[in-house]
Design a binder for this molecule. Structure first.
Ligand code: ADP
Ligand code: MG
Length: 476
């Protein structure tokens, strides 16, 4: 906390930072906070995704504004999710300043936003389309803002919002500070800066290491048609799986989600085509860990605020190294270990090498888990779980039943019978399809036809829930 104080933040702000659990500023925050507090120039700031750029501009801005009836700060972001997330982050940093900080985005009733604007929003966090809409309806006045922030500027460029952004900037007063925050720095960004900024500084945190040591990266070599089976094996063998699975198209998302649900996994999908309402519903289910697998496209996952994931799976390997880094940056955060797994077919090899060159990391190949290993792990987990339950307070009526059973039967047989009854589906080897090592081109035709059983939601949950042990204990 001393370090934040040292950067020049006030007593009004420090408790909010402490409450968020930040102990020291990130490198980009160390650069931008004193600059924005002390100087009066415009700024371009660059640091990779997940390095706290929101607080890097929000903290100093918060120090400079007070509640007013006019919008004072406009923050433009590329997606609705980001609008919500950034507004939330700033709200949590404002302490008890009582500022109105609101996300403004399309796909929701515009009339509600009229009311909010009438009441007075100090900090607008908006997507370009909706902001432009409100400006043209004369419901938003940006003539008195002190700060305009283009957040995730490279994404706004990528998504083709740049004309909207320029149009919005033209409708703001000239005497304001313009800040541009971005993970990468394409030339177009400098063009915008030259056109719309006064004298500006560039602060950048060099990407010494693009990926974090906390993310274990490996890949499987496989064939397209084996991906589903391999994903299932992977999830079955992992102790905890709370992850994002990336597909290429929305069709792929739908197909994979359906297959996973059919096989009894707690999954849902997200892509650009689903309604805002449904998106929020799916996201909230995922955040509450009611589902532990979220299948998504890059576009849908952009800006999604989700807590530490245990896994990111490149079910479809991306052809863009930046996208790879972006994807896997969602795990191995906040000091927690994470795993990034890429599914690599023959045609993905080039992309894999490009990623390795770009990240200067080597991604390790791993063997696809064998069925007997999965069964072994599963057995070990069942033993652990039963041990844990037996250590907890057991229900009297079950204790009584146990006494009755043991009075007349052999203890070994009784335990085996209960295990068989409860776990035979989990331990059934025939539910897994065969996979041939990729190097062997002669594939056996003996794929088994068996499908995995369709479990009921509840059982699936006990098996697949990342905190399954806890969940079971509650029952005991
Ligand atoms: P970026 O915009 O650079 O991708 P965000 O601003 O979204 O990153 O921040 C990523 C996460 O890091 C957020 O959950 C945020 O609360 C957290 N964070 C920001 N600053 C710090 C800090 N100094 N210490 C710990 N966590 C931080
Ligand atoms: Mg950001």
């Amino acid at each position: 906390m001393e370090k934040f104080k040292f950067l020049g933040l006030s007593e009004k702000t420090l408790p909010a930072i402490a409450k968020k659990g930040f102990t020291e500023p990130s490198p980009i925050q160390e650069l931008t906070i004193p600059f924005l507090l002390d100087k009066d120039q415009d700024l371009i700031a660059q640091a990779q995704t997940g390095t706290g750029k929101t607080a890097a501009f929000a903290l100093p801005i918060l120090e400079k504004i007070e509640r007013s009836s006019q919008p004072q700060v406009l923050i433009l972001v590329p997606t609705r999710e980001l609008a919500i997330q950034v507004a939330k982050e700033i709200h949590s940093l404002q302490g008890n300043r009582g500022l109105q900080i609101k996300p403004i985005y399309g796909g929701t009733a515009i009339t509600k936003q009229f009311d909010q604007l009438k009441y007075g929003i100090d900090i607008i966090v908006g997507t370009p389309g909706r902001v432009l809409d409100l400006l043209s309806r004369k419901k938003m006045n940006l003539n008195h803002i002190s700060h305009a922030v283009l957040d995730e500027a490279d994404e706004m460029l990528n998504m083709g919002f740049i004309d909207d952004v320029e149009e919005i900037l033209k409708q703001t007063n000239t005497h304001k500070r313009t800040l541009l925050f971005s993970a990468t720095m394409p030339p177009e960004i400098i063009r915008i800066a030259k056109k719309y900024m006064h004298k500006y500084a560039v602060l950048s945190v060099k990407q010494q290491q693009i990926t974090t040591d906390l993310t274990d990266q490996f890949y499987y070599r496989l064939k397209e048609q084996e991906k589903l089976e391999v994903l299932c094996r992977l999830m079955d063998i992992e102790k905890e799986f709370y992850g994002l699975v990336f597909c290429r198209t929305r069709g792929d998302v739908d197909k994979l989600t359906t297959s996973l649900i059919e096989r009894g996994y707690a999954a849902d999908g997200m892509h650009g085509e689903i309604t805002q309402k449904l998106r929020e519903k799916v996201l909230s289910k995922f955040r509450q860990k009611k589902i532990n697998i979220l299948v998504a496209t890059d576009v849908a996952a952009r800006g999604m605020d989700i807590p530490e994931l245990t896994h990111v799976v490149n079910y479809a390997m991306t052809q863009h190294p930046e996208a790879y880094v972006h994807r896997i940056g969602r795990t191995g955060r906040a000091g927690k270990q994470g795993t990034a797994i890429s599914f690599v077919t023959n045609s993905d090899l080039k992309a894999l090498h490009m990623v390795e060159r770009y990240t200067k990391d080597s991604i390790r190949q791993q063997n696809i888990p064998k069925v007997r290993d999965i069964i072994r792990y599963k057995k070990a987990r069942i033993r652990d779980r039963i041990h844990d339950i037996s250590e907890s307070r057991l229900d009297d009526s079950f204790m009584k039943m146990a006494d009755e059973l043991l009075e007349k039967n052999d203890a070994n047989k009784i335990v085996a019978a209960i295990l068989q009854q409860h776990y035979h589906k989990d331990l059934d080897k025939s539910l897994y399809k065969e996979i041939q090592p990729v190097s062997q081109e002669t594939r056996s035709k003996s794929f088994r036809k068996n499908k995995r059983p369709h479990h009921t939601g509840k059982r699936v949950w006990q098996n697949k829930h990342p905190f399954a042990k806890k969940a079971v204990k509650i029952y005991a």
